[in-house]
Ligand binder design. Structure first.
Ligand SMILES: NC(=O)c1ccc[n+]([C@@H]2O[C@H](COP(=O)([O-])OP(=O)(O)OC[C@H]3O[C@@H](n4cnc5c(N)ncnc54)[C@H](O)[C@@H]3O)[C@@H](O)[C@H]2O)c1
Length: 345
């Protein structure tokens, strides 16, 4: 199902509930260079026959400027021109790298995504944000450039490890918390195995529902000066923790959402019971609700956060399930919550 969706900076062709091979009806294979990782290239070698493919190691640490420089040289060797279309086939690491590379190679070439992880399907592939890390700092270099297309083929989820399903559900639970109380209730009734069912209908509906939330938000505020900030719910603490401990993004977001809810009970009138409700839902989707971390070290990283303004950070808090807001919070309020989380574990 092709849906052409307009964003302020461009139109994106969304191929929902689709199949990888359908791409070649609209895009000329001879112009395509696929960027993927070593896992995906082995698992899906049959889909990649006859295509030019650049393969990266499967890890977050490949998301850096060194990789961008290496890929640029490989593109030059392949004689890639402005007609070239880069296709990122993989999880959020691959879509972020591909989007950034395409935005800067020859000052910009066409690109599209085929997200293969649940997290990339519901979040990372959508919205035009791309980028790489530098040292301890996540996504500190990047652009906002919309892809030409995003194609959803949920058959890729057949090979997704259980842990990656959980990571994807962290972002799905995020949408439920900030926008969609009904979704929160629906998730509470089910479990990962319900969505892993062979009949992909429930999964496709869930992906579409989350994608629609992200699309609507980015359409309204592509440059993140207003409502798009809400999508950072759970992410401020998460970025600090995942850089310190190298835990996967989804798991860090789960912990970050609990910290944000703890803060919200103090500053946004959130009912204290929501913290326990959220913890129960995270546990149901096999996400950690306990973790030992060094709050003062996390705070040091947090002070470098992109959302910092003077000695405050624009923090996303919950007023109730389904309703979020941005509060400029002083560092000491955040540090108090991090310390409270740390000592409760
Ligand atoms: N640009 C954005 O708006 C945005 C939003 C959220 C997250 N992100 C970024 O996304 C990244 C996290 O994405 P992720 O969770 O997809 O991680 P990832 O890309 O590292 O993928 C996770 C793991 O799953 C494997 N995998 C993916 N699809 C598979 C499949 N179909 N079968 C088997 N294995 C598969 C990958 O090889 C990898 O080992 C982070 O770098 C984060 O910063 C970006």
């Amino acid at each position: 199902m092709l849906q052409k969706i307009n964003f302020p900076s461009g139109t994106v062709n969304f191929f929902f509930d689709s199949s990888f091979d359908e791409l070649w009806q609209d895009y000329d294979k001879s112009h395509v260079v696929v960027i993927t990782n070593e896992h995906i290239s082995k698992l899906y070698a049959h889909l990649l026959k006859g295509l030019r493919v650049l393969v990266l190691p499967a890890c977050e640490s490949s998301k850096d400027m060194h990789t961008i420089a290496t890929l640029s040289r490989q593109l030059v060797d392949l004689k890639a021109t402005r007609q070239t279309i880069l296709v990122g086939l993989g999880g959020g690491v691959i879509t972020d790298i591909t989007g950034f590379l395409a935005s800067v190679y020859l000052r910009g070439v066409k690109f599209g995504f085929v997200p293969t992880s649940l997290l990339a399907m519901v979040d990372a592939a959508i919205g035009g944000k791309n980028g790489v890390n530098s040292g301890m700092h996540k996504n500190i270099l990047g652009t906002i450039t919309q892809p030409d297309f995003i194609l959803y083929d949920t058959r890729f989820s057949d090979t997704l490890p259980d842990d990656e399903w959980s990571n994807g559900f962290a972002e799905i639970i995020k949408y439920a918390c900030i926008f969609d109380a009904e979704l929160f209730e629906e998730l509470a009734k089910h479990s990962i195995s319900y969505y892993q069912d062979e009949d992909d209908e429930a999964l496709n509906k869930l992906i579409k529902r989350c994608a629609d939330w992200k699309i609507k938000t980015v359409q309204e505020d592509e440059k993140e000066s207003g409502i798009r900030k809400l999508l950072n719910f759970g992410h401020t603490a998460a970025h600090a923790i995942e850089n310190l401990y190298e835990i996967p993004h989804g798991k860090a977001v789960g912990i970050g959402m609990v910290v944000a809810c703890m803060i919200s009970t103090d500053v946004a009138g959130l009912d204290k019971g929501v913290v326990d409700k959220l913890k129960a839902l995270l546990a149901q989707y096999h996400l950690p609700v306990k973790m030992k971390f060094n709050a003062s070290k996390a705070m040091e990283i947090l002070k470098m956060d992109k959302k910092r303004v003077d000695d405050n950070i624009d923090y996303i808090v919950l007023e109730k399930i389904g309703k979020a807001a941005v509060h400029a919070l002083p560092f000491d309020v955040i540090e108090k919550a991090l310390t409270a989380y740390e000592s409760n574990n």
